[in-house]
Design a protein around this ligand. Structure first.
Ligand SMILES: [Fe+2]
Length: 457
């Protein structure tokens, strides 16, 4: 019995560190030589859920006569449907290539397109595993839908990235926007990936490993999958790490709050590793505080607000919190570091002498952003717990002692401070004019008599 409890505790304790997906990344590999064999053995030793490739899957000319010897012989266990001669293949596809220049040397890339069965038009496509959205792009200039940043293909990527709720968005293709090796940088592939919402860009073509940080994002060159090894030449700006001493591949894990990449050589030595944290989540909140909002001027006296982010279900655990300072229209921004996209959260608004107010339901951040408005309808709050002032809804004021109810104890504090003629930034000032006086007493009295309490799930 003791052991059983220990197991449960362990599972809870470690649940945050479980990876959501684990995948391998190979580039410039399809040569059917001992280097490809060594890299494929390394990759298989990791038992990845799936493999993505960074192009040049079938040297030298992308022909049907070589494709199975170059790919299936080493990776058939991951391919479905698999029609080659090296075993039965898989029962579900776990091999997601991207196209290289060598794959296009056979007319219309017909051997590649016949050999693989892939999503979408197969030349460029997307898929989701765990909390990662993958985008396989065709960077070869033969691509019928184009390879510049305004092409049909690029606009497809831009749209898909903008609509993706996943935490991490990995874009991968063959020709590197930045590289210090023989081919160098493919300038036409410098699309605004970061602005469109990508997490990282993985490429090949140069037969080297390089980690470059530009445009606030990692760009990786990983072309050591087996074909040959290139030298480094002019070092591009942003180049942080370079390796070309041996062949190798990358292994990546995604977690709820980060994604980790490693490059290993074929001897099993970890040569490089880096981690990308999930992005800051920004809440744009519109809210007004009863006593601080003046209908005559339709403006708010600004005061610090705090938002708690809670789980969507009991016991509504607090996941994060942040402070914000609204403008006179009631708009404020709150930034959070520990939240995820596509997860439902309750928003809990707190102010130093107002009633704690919850959103009516759970809300999700999409692409790291969420807007919420507490001022346009009572039903935006849990239990319709807002007061209409003029044409806008406000959070109830008067909870001076912050115990979730406006009652005699709040009134007594305000009356006491009013009789003492207190002024300044004091909690009994529920109207925001830096005085505690008859106006404050009146607001609290009204809210006491209507039985104002915090309404929570
Ligand atoms: Fe290439």
């Amino acid at each position: 019995m003791k052991k059983f409890y220990f197991l449960i505790v362990s599972l809870i304790f470690y649940s945050n560190s479980f990876s959501q997906t684990k995948f391998a990344i190979i580039g410039d590999y399809g040569k059917a030589n001992v280097n490809e064999l060594n890299v494929s053995n390394l990759v298989k030793s990791w038992n990845p859920e799936f493999i993505i490739t960074l192009g040049d899957n079938n040297y030298e000319l992308g022909e049907a006569s070589t494709i199975d010897t170059n790919i299936g012989k080493y990776y058939s266990q991951f391919i479905y449907p698999y029609t080659g001669i090296y075993g039965p293949g898989d029962t579900v596809n776990r091999f997601f290539p991207s196209m290289g220049n060598h794959d296009w040397y056979t007319s219309a890339a017909s051997a590649y397109l016949n050999y693989f069965t892939l999503p979408g038009n197969e030349r460029y496509y997307d898929f989701v595993r765990g909390n990662v959205h993958f985008f396989s792009i065709d960077s070869d200039p033969n691509e019928p839908h184009g390879v510049d940043s305004n092409s049909v293909q690029a606009l497809w990527l831009k749209l898909k990235l903008s609509q993706s709720p996943e935490e991490f968005k990995i874009v991968y293709f063959h020709h590197p926007p930045y590289s210090s090796s023989a081919h160098g940088s493919s300038l036409y592939m410098r699309w605004p990936f970061k602005r469109w919402g990508a997490t990282a860009v993985l490429t090949g073509h140069d037969h080297s490993y390089e980690r470059i940080f530009n445009d606030s994002m990692f760009y990786i060159v990983n072309g050591l999958g087996g074909r040959s090894i290139y030298e480094f030449y002019t070092i591009v700006s942003g180049s942080q790490f370079r390796y070309n001493a041996n062949y190798g591949a990358m292994l990546a894990y995604s977690y709820h709050d980060s994604i980790v990449f490693r490059f290993y050589n074929v001897s099993g030595n970890m040569i490089d590793h880096f981690k990308i944290l999930s992005s800051v989540k920004r809440l744009q909140l519109t809210s007004l505080i009863q006593g601080f909002y003046k209908t005559e001027t339709n403006s708010l006296i600004s005061d610090t607000l705090k938002v708690l982010i809670r789980n969507n279900s009991s016991p509504y655990e607090i996941k994060d919190s942040a402070c914000g300072y609204p403008d006179t229209s009631g708009n404020a921004e709150f930034d959070f570091s520990h939240l995820n996209n596509a997860t439902n959260y309750f928003l809990v608004l707190k102010h130093r002498n107002s009633i704690e107010t919850w959103s009516s339901a759970g809300n999700k951040f999409i692409n790291n952003a969420l807007s919420y408005n507490f001022t346009s309808s009572a039903s935006s709050s849990y239990g319709n717990n807002l007061v209409l002032k003029g044409s806008r809804y406000c959070v109830y004021g008067g909870d001076v002692d912050q115990d979730g109810i406006v009652d005699a104890s709040d009134l007594s504090i305000v009356k006491n401070d009013a009789s003492g003629g207190l002024e300044g930034y004091i909690s009994s000032d529920v109207t925001g004019d830096d005085y505690t006086d008859a106006e404050d007493i009146s607001l609290v009295e009204n809210n006491v008599s209507r039985g104002t309490v915090s309404v929570v799930p």
